[in-house]
Write a protein that binds this ligand. Structure first.
Ligand code: SAM
Length: 337
């Protein structure tokens, strides 16, 4: 096979597009800023915490920048609705299409499902208040940035300068949403490299996304990991679970919430439509009740419990969850050997 035909070259040439970007202006190949409106769904009790009152403003405040003109060129002003919602806006810089190695420059549907879950937990519980958390394969970083409204420290992690730079830009665009004491760090965590990552000597130029010793110590204390749409290649799934084992077997007990899109394709081998990537992911997990027996408890394992996505209200506006989005709660059982 010629060098130009290699799998890597093909992945770099092929362009893919997330369903989330349907309706974005066509023909833009570079970065584009979208506004995601986050509103308090009907039926969610008025949020007690004053922090949330500040965040969820009357609807007009969320849409005041959406200036548009009618066909005569007159300014169209947003009208106040009778039942006005409480909402706020997140500005996300993303590409509308990308090559496969650069999919982290786009926003994927699972990230919006994860964001809904994070928002719901933050609005209805204090579970995420003051915690240390880390997002893996964060891409544009929406869910992790929302977490920074309650958490003490958030690490947004991914790999490669282009994706990490774009994530930094999003942190700058949305810093108003963060809890004023929150520290948000964009750091390189490449799953194919061994855990723990190397400690950077200084934080300039190419070392900008590297870890300090104290940050790695803080990650040990993390109680929450989140990830969205990181299950799409078996090799990457293997690498991801390797990193998760490193992260979750040390320090404080951690729980991972992982949102995914179950993708199907036609397999010539099976002569059927299959979700092989998903099956590979599931092969890493034991159901909670499977770990009841002592023989399983004695060996380290990942325990998975599927959360019913239909029970999570939609806070992020204007996206269709589809029928193949799933959310998993994953814990690591260190075993008793
Ligand atoms: C489909 S995108 C999802 C991005 C974002 N979570 C979302 O859902 O919008 C997959 C993410 O995994 C990241 N990723 C792929 N391989 C990786 C690796 N070896 N180490 C770290 N992150 C990786 C990509 O850069 C990308 O951000």
């Amino acid at each position: 096979m010629k060098g130009g035909d290699s799998k890597k070259d093909k992945e770099e040439q092929q362009q893919v597009m997330s369903e989330v970007h349907l309706g974005c202006p066509p023909g833009i190949s570079g970065p584009h800023i979208s506004r995601f409106i986050i509103s308090l769904p009907a039926g969610i009790p008025e949020v007690e915490s004053s922090r949330f009152h500040e965040l969820f403003k009357e609807e007009e405040a969320c849409t005041d920048q959406d200036i548009s003109f009618d066909e005569d060129g007159d300014l169209v002003l947003p009208r106040r609705r009778r039942n006005s919602r409480r909402c706020f806006t997140m500005k996300i810089q993303h590409n509308i299409t990308s090559s496969i190695p650069s999919v982290g420059l786009q926003v994927w549907r699972a990230e919006l499902v994860l964001s809904d879950f994070v928002l719901h937990k933050m609005c209805t519980t204090t579970d995420f208040d003051g915690i240390v958390s880390l997002e893996l394969g964060a891409g544009t970083g929406l869910a992790g940035m929302l977490l920074a409204h309650a958490a003490k420290t958030v690490f947004l992690t991914d790999h490669g300068d282009k994706i990490l730079e774009n994530c930094v830009k999003n942190v700058q665009l949305n810093s108003g949403v963060f809890n004023c004491q929150a520290a948000v760090h964009v750091r390189e965590l490449d799953w194919v490299q061994p855990w723990p990552p190397k400690v950077g000597l200084d934080l300039v130029s190419q070392e900008r996304y590297s870890w300090s010793l104290s940050e790695l110590e803080e990650v040990q204390k993390a109680s929450l990991l989140v990830a969205a749409d990181v299950i799409y290649s078996d090799d990457l799934t293997d690498a991801l679970f390797g990193i998760l084992e490193g992260l979750m077997s040390q320090g404080s007990e951690k729980v991972l919430y992982l949102a995914l899109e179950k993708r199907y394709n036609f397999s010539l081998e099976d002569l059927d439509v299959v979700a092989n990537g998903y099956s590979h992911f599931r092969s890493y997990l034991r159901e909670d009740d499977e770990c009841e027996g002592l023989e399983h408890r004695s060996l380290p394992c990942f325990m998975g419990r599927r959360i019913n996505v239909a029970e999570i209200p939609q806070y992020v506006g204007e996206y269709d969850r589809g029928k193949d989005a799933e959310l998993w709660q994953i814990r690591y059982n260190k075993g008793q050997l």
